[in-house]
Design a protein around this ligand. Structure first.
Ligand SMILES: *Cc1c(COP(=O)(O)O)cnc(C)c1O
Length: 230
């Protein structure tokens, strides 16, 4: 697996570079390898191929892979919706959570982080497309939502995340990413407790557009590991 992955990583990094250059950007873009549905070996291969950041969307699977690979062998990103009853289980397993999508979850996470004595690093999820099926704060309410989250103890808010609609319509994708980038900029300008470290946007089918619209972190699965089984 590692050999094929190494060449795919090189290709993907080249595409990331080209997208950055086309947008005239010089700031770095972090690559997170999304290993969901793949075995723990995918995590080891990603690390061996030079990607120390891996993403999982389910707590159960995250837990299994952390146990198999080792908590300190990779930087673990929780990128999927977290149920409130799984907060204390999830907390010690991730380095950065991308999917803080409600105040109720934020309060639960805050409580658990304070009790554990370790701050939780989070990104706030923005539903920039307005799709019913997507969780997160509506774009026009997101800055206010982030402000309230920043007031909670035990949380370090390091940016925002979005998922674009599943479409090839470049205009829709651009709009979604640009809207999210504006939330990040407004939050950075207005909120003292907000650290604009990561703008997490872009998946296999849209990451170049996301980078052109300002993404500093892309979450890629398919383009690295191949299609997942349904
Ligand atoms: C699965 C997933 C990804 C990766 O998707 P690909 O299309 O395989 O690159 C990125 N972000 C989130 C939140 C995901 O659930």
């Amino acid at each position: 697996m590692t050999d094929q992955l190494t060449s795919r990583v090189a290709e993907v990094r080249a595409r990331i570079e080209r997208a950055r250059e086309s947008a005239g950007r010089s700031d770095p873009v972090t690559l997170v390898a999304v290993t969901k549905t793949y075995p723990a070996d995918a995590v080891r291969s990603a690390v061996a191929a030079g990607i120390p950041d891996v993403g999982e969307n389910r707590v159960q699977e995250l837990e299994e892979k952390v146990a198999a690979v080792g908590r300190r062998e990779a930087r673990w990103h929780l990128i999927g919706h977290l149920q409130r009853n799984k907060v204390s289980k999830a907390l010690p397993l991730f380095d950065l959570m991308h999917s803080l999508d409600s105040h109720r979850l934020a309060r639960e996470l805050s409580k658990s982080a304070v009790a554990a004595g370790t701050p939780a690093r989070v990104l706030v999820q923005v539903n920039a497309s307005g799709e019913e099926s997507k969780s997160g704060f509506a774009a026009d309410e997101a800055v206010e939502g982030i402000a309230r989250i920043c007031e909670l103890p035990g949380l370090v808010v390091e940016g925002v995340m979005t998922m674009a609609p599943f479409t090839d319509d470049e205009r829709v994708l651009r709009q979604t990413f640009a809207r999210t980038a504006r939330v990040q900029e407004a939050a950075a300008r207005q909120l003292t407790g907000f650290h604009a470290r990561y703008l997490s946007m872009g998946m296999s089918n849209d990451f170049e557009i996301a980078i052109q619209e300002g993404s500093t972190l892309v979450r890629l699965g398919t383009v690295l590991f191949g299609e997942r089984d349904a």
